[in-house]
Design a protein around this ligand. Structure first.
Ligand code: GDP
Ligand code: MG
Ligand code: ZN
Length: 357
């Protein structure tokens, strides 16, 4: 298919930026995959393997400033088909999580996302807390959430209805789809809401059916799913890097390697949006500093008692609050250490200069 920049997500905001900067829109592309030392960048008529220029490399202060999947970049194009990334164009938003093993660092999952497709499979691992966790991440980044429950072929219609009830009881007002990648039930209705030029990022644990879903949306098996990989004994990590797909019927989908755990980074404020009911209730506690543990006149405890609020949801909220607090504290601690280190270096330089005089 021949594509326009708009088909891969180009918008008026980006266009305005390029005009303001005097940049040529024929020299921009969108990152569709991140490799160890290079990037795949798509333009309306090509897919380019690119590296970043030295100037760009030297200007980078943290990994967050490097291109991520979904990013728009400015390119230097050469006749021999080579392309160099000279600049990162401004991001509308970025999906991030706490980097594994590094308490105060964030890792960018993807950039310039319109919708987060939160994927959870039915079965014993089905977990509302996890959906809420992804929801908080979407809210933090200003990404509209859509919940997708997969593998409905494994349960009866009654069980499916019950599950839907469970989800809507706890998370109302969030669009939800139930699908089966096997029977293809629900795929068409999901496909019909995907809008041309909008970017959707799949969020969900490994094994929930994200790659299978993309295959179904694309209409053929281009991605290897886990089933295929296990038969060839190639291990469980089938999607070795994140990828971005432009669907023929419209919509841009970003897959990412399933994650075992989503560590919350900076969700400050977004928890109150995610847990609106709890936030509203807390404003009605008798004491403004209520810890909601045993206080008299606690509106939250009363709501749990009356069955208006689920204990499990409140527990999840508190767990995420603690995590958020811990992350903020370790970021603050790191800043303090960096500052102290900077001061130490300055002091050493000072004494050295003094000695010289
Ligand atoms: N029964 C059933 N199995 C599915 C469904 N979707 C995916 N699977 C299976 O679940 C496994 C993981 O699927 P995959 O798409 O690779 O998950 P991903 O890790 O989220 O990308 C594979 O064995 C798929 O065949 C579904 O709707 N129903
Ligand atoms: Mg996958
Ligand atoms: Zn209270």
């Amino acid at each position: 298919m021949t594509m326009k920049l708009e088909d891969i997500g180009y918008n008026t905001k980006l266009d305005q930026f390029l005009q303001d900067q005097g940049l040529d829109k024929n020299n921009v592309g969108r990152v569709s995959a991140v490799h160890k030392d290079s990037y795949t960048v798509i333009t309306p008529d090509s897919e380019l393997r690119s590296t970043i220029t030295g100037n760009y490399q030297y200007s980078v202060n943290s990994s967050a400033e490097l291109p991520a999947v979904g990013d728009w970049v400015h390119l230097s194009l050469y006749d021999d088909g080579q392309a160099l990334i000279t600049d990162l164009l401004p991001r509308v938003n970025r999906l991030e999580r706490r980097a594994a093993g590094k308490e105060s660092e964030v890792q960018i999952i993807a950039a310039n996302i319109d919708y987060g497709l939160i994927v959870e499979a039915v079965g014993e691992h089905f977990n509302l807390n996890r959906i809420e966790r992804f929801l908080a991440i979407c809210n933090t980044s200003n990404i509209k959430p859509i919940i997708i429950i997969t593998k409905t072929d494994l349960i009866t219609d009654e069980e499916s209805d019950d599950l839907i009830k469970q989800v809507t009881n706890r998370l109302n007002n969030i669009p939800m789809f139930t699908i089966s990648n096997l029977s293809k039930a629900g795929i068409d209705s999901l496909s019909s809401i995907l809008q041309k030029g909008k970017t959707y990022c799949l969020l969900g644990l490994s094994g929930v059916g994200k790659s299978s879903l993309i295959n179904n949306l694309i209409g053929n098996d281009v991605l290897m799913t886990k089933a295929i990989s296990s038969s060839t004994n190639k291990g469980v990590h089938t999607t070795t890097h994140r990828e971005l797909f432009v669907l023929e019927n419209g919509g841009i989908i970003i897959d990412n390697p399933g994650v075992r755990e989503i560590g919350l980074a900076d969700t400050a404020g977004s928890l109150d949006t995610t847990f609106e009911q709890i936030h509203d209730l807390s404003l009605r506690c008798k004491f403004s500093n209520c810890a909601h543990s045993h206080e008299k006149g606690c509106a939250i405890l009363a709501a749990i008692e009356q069955g208006v609020l689920e204990q499990a949801q409140f527990d999840n909220y508190q767990k995420m609050k603690r995590e958020q607090f811990h992350f903020s504290a370790s970021v603050a601690e790191k800043r303090k250490k960096d500052k102290e280190f900077g001061k130490m270096v300055k002091d050493i330089l000072k004494t050295k200069t003094k000695k010289r005089h």
